[in-house]
Design a protein around this ligand. Structure first.
Ligand code: TXA
Ligand code: MG
Length: 344
């Protein structure tokens, strides 16, 4: 299949809408990461997403809308609770996904057979325009091959999916760089399943207590049931072995220098590179989690381009605020391998 590279203009947005309305796959920009979209109401179109990505069939997809009323219009959810409405008013459009009881029109392919559905209203204007042009809600996981870092540019999408999908719409670099915050309102108490740019504190300021699922910060016990199927899978894994190093600045720098070799790299904070004698990839300022979120996936792909790098010692962010999202992705990239040198 020849994958069309579409531009961010009215004509190409219409083309994208047509391909989607006809059951095709188009990768689209959103403010978080690129999504691989298909008509969410068409089970056969949705099946193609799983095939193109090599995604396990038991991992459900997020349904993207371009208007809050789309939830009712398309019968996406059974009941819109008061908390859902409050969260939507405060955080939509934006990088928050809300899981609700599934409505009648959502095919099993989208929900992977669950009785719930994840819904998101992206703030990216092009994403909204494509949803409107297609005339349907769009199911869209991140537009990467399963197991590789989520794509934050059209080029990343092409390098994973060229020849496997109908088109990619190039909307430039994604502003957030990490996937949306996912919470469920279908459990007794609201629960965080995946941290993102919308933080626990922000959500709690609207709906009160939000519990954090164990699997957000810790490895799932063998045989334990995941609240979100995506938690089961090893994610964002570069080819090199990534090891998180929990430490203050000086000890981290010394630790890396003691292990310096041609196949060793550091994934470090701005300034660390001055003291480190080996190849450095700079995540951003130590306390700027938003910058780190923006850089992380791009850097993991950069690292993959250097096959000579076999080991990466990465700084371990504090898991608070947006840092929780950076930590959550990094610890998965590291396969939960952490070296604790000192409290951070
Ligand atoms: O920012 C994002 O959310 C991006 C952009 C494209 O919108 N999308 C994205 O989709 O990250 P994906 O499929 O890569 O991640 C969705 C996560 C998966 O871990 C999946 O298991 C979980 O959300 N999920 C989806 N529906 C669910 C449901 N009904 N119950 C529990 N978890 C669900
Ligand atoms: Mg993904």
């Amino acid at each position: 299949m020849n994958t069309l590279l579409l531009e961010n203009n009215e004509k190409d947005i219409k083309t994208a809408g047509k391909i989607l309305a006809n059951g095709g796959l188009v990768a689209i920009p959103t403010e978080t990461v690129y999504g691989l979209a298909a008509n969410a109401l068409d089970g056969n179109a949705v099946k193609k997403i799983f095939k193109a990505k090599g995604r396990p069939a038991d991992n459900p997809l997020i349904v993207h809308i371009a208007d809050f009323d789309d939830i009712k219009r398309y019968k996406l959810a059974r009941d819109l609770t008061e908390k859902a409405v409050k969260l939507a008013q405060r955080f939509w459009s934006g990088p928050l996904t809300i899981i609700l009881k599934k409505g009648a029109s959502v095919p099993d392919e989208v929900s992977a057979g669950l009785d719930t559905v994840a819904i998101r209203f992206p703030s990216h204007k092009t994403a909204q325009a494509v949803i409107k042009a297609s005339g349907c809600p769009l199911a869209a996981p991140s537009a990467n091959l399963s197991g590789s870092p989520s794509p934050t540019t059209a080029l990343h999408v092409m390098s994973d999916l060229n020849g496997k999908i109908d088109a990619v719409l190039d909307g430039g670099e994604c502003s957030v760089g990490l996937e949306s915050t996912v919470i469920t309102l279908t459990t007794d108490k609201p629960r965080l399943l995946r941290p993102g740019a919308v933080t626990v504190e922000q959500i709690e300021s609207v709906i009160g207590e939000l519990s954090v699922d164990d699997a957000v910060l810790n490895q799932l016990e063998k045989g334990a049931k995941a609240s979100s199927p995506g938690m089961k899978y090893k994610h964002y894994s570069p080819k090199a072995r990534v090891i998180l190093v929990s430490s203050g600045d000086e000890k981290y720098i010394n630790f890396v220098n003691e292990r310096k070799a041609r196949d060793v790299a550091a994934l470090c904070y701005k300034g660390d590179e001055k003291g480190i004698d080996t190849c450095c990839f700079i995540l951003g300022e130590k306390d700027n989690y938003i910058e780190q979120a923006h850089e992380l996936f791009k850097l993991l792909r950069e690292i993959d381009k250097n096959p000579s790098i076999k080991t990466v010692y990465a700084r371990c962010p504090k898991p608070d605020g947006v840092g929780m999202a950076v930590y959550n992705r990094l610890i998965r990239a590291a396969g939960f391998e952490v070296i604790n040198l000192e409290e951070i």
